[in-house]
Design a protein around this ligand. Structure first.
Ligand code: GDP
Length: 305
């Protein structure tokens, strides 16, 4: 909770000061307040579509309740913001220390290079391990030597095994090896890193498709989670990447990184609303402790505190 409050500091300052300005000196909610609020949300990276949706819902409430003062507006805004955030499906609402929906639970991690994919995998491994679960990593980003090296460093740091092959080998073959080894070892969580090349969509689609197919030869329901990692500090750019990846592969959850130290945290709302994919994790720093399981109530609460 503290990590969240501290990490969101900049987003909060931007967000709250804009909202406060939007309603300053007003006792009731009129057209002008709503216009100001709309501008405030857009400039806080909430995105046009999501902002319009939130404003429309507030308008309806204002019309119904006739009279609404600005502190009621604040509460209403919190409720409506929470409402645009998607919940994880009930059968997949796990957290680090709860029972997982499957054993082994296979997480395929996708995302563009540089967004914090490797770090997020390291943090996931740390948190699952800390909660007493056995973890296995798979280095299926065989395209970049640095990716395998970085993941190896994380596996050593956290103390979990890693499956890897020579550079340039078939990513699907690494994924297959990883799952096979995980099954043999009785691993509870298997996390597979993938390449994040964006320049060639067809290639990426083929590669991810092939990884899925070979993994499914061993576990038909796997991957149980396809986690897309996005860099929250890039604001609207993260939206573009989400668009690209959701069109390329079946993404089931999002991890949004680097929300510490950015004022663009409002993009979490834009992404959740636009893609109807639950935000599952948020990255709040570079250390292994700095990954949180996303809780929309806590998040919104923290934004308004
Ligand atoms: P990858 O290329 O997507 O695997 O990215 P990396 O995991 O190597 O991360 C790129 C950089 O972002 C590294 O310097 C990480 O330490 C940093 N990073 C990752 N997640 C976070 C986060 O949540 N907050 C901050 N401040 N930095 C992060």
């Amino acid at each position: 909770k503290e990590t969240l409050d501290q990490g969101l500091q900049k987003t909060k300052e931007g967000f709250l000061s804009k909202i406060t300005k939007a309603i300053a000196g007003k006792s009731t909610v009129d057209e002008e307040v709503l216009d100001n609020l709309e501008d405030a949300l857009v400039s806080a990276d909430v995105g046009i579509d999501t902002t319009v949706k939130i404003i429309e819902r507030i308008e309806q409430r204002v019309a119904k309740d006739k009279y609404l003062n600005t502190s009621e507006l604040n509460k209403l805004l919190q409720q409506e913001i929470e409402a645009v955030l998607v919940d994880a499906p009930e059968n997949n609402s796990y957290s680090f220390n709860t029972e997982l929906p499957a054993k082994p639970f296979v997480i395929l991690v996708v995302g563009v290079n540089g967004v914090g994919k490797t770090t997020t995998i390291g943090k996931l491994a740390y948190n699952f391990k800390k909660a007493g679960k056995s973890v296995l990593l798979g280095a299926a980003d065989t395209f970049r030597a640095a990716a395998v090296d970085q993941l190896t460093i994380w596996s050593e740091r956290v103390g979990v095994p890693i499956v890897k092959q020579a550079m340039g080998s078939d990513p699907a073959s690494v994924a297959f090896d990883t799952v096979q080894s995980g099954l043999a070892k009785g691993a509870e969580v298997i996390i597979i890193d993938t390449a994040g090349r964006l320049h060639n969509k067809a290639h990426l689609m083929d590669e991810l498709g092939k990884i899925r197919r070979v993994v499914q030869k061993l576990i038909p329901e796997a991957p149980h989670e396809a986690l897309l990692v996005l860099d929250g500090s890039t604001g609207q750019n993260a939206l573009e990447q989400a668009k690209h990846f959701t069109a390329t592969t079946d993404v089931t959850a999002l991890a949004i990184t680097k929300l510490d130290g950015t004022a663009k945290g409002g993009v979490v709302l834009a992404i959740a609303n636009q893609f109807k994919i639950p935000v599952k994790f948020i990255g709040m720093g570079e250390k292994m402790e700095d990954l949180l399981v996303f809780d929309k109530h806590e998040f919104v609460d923290s934004l308004f505190k």
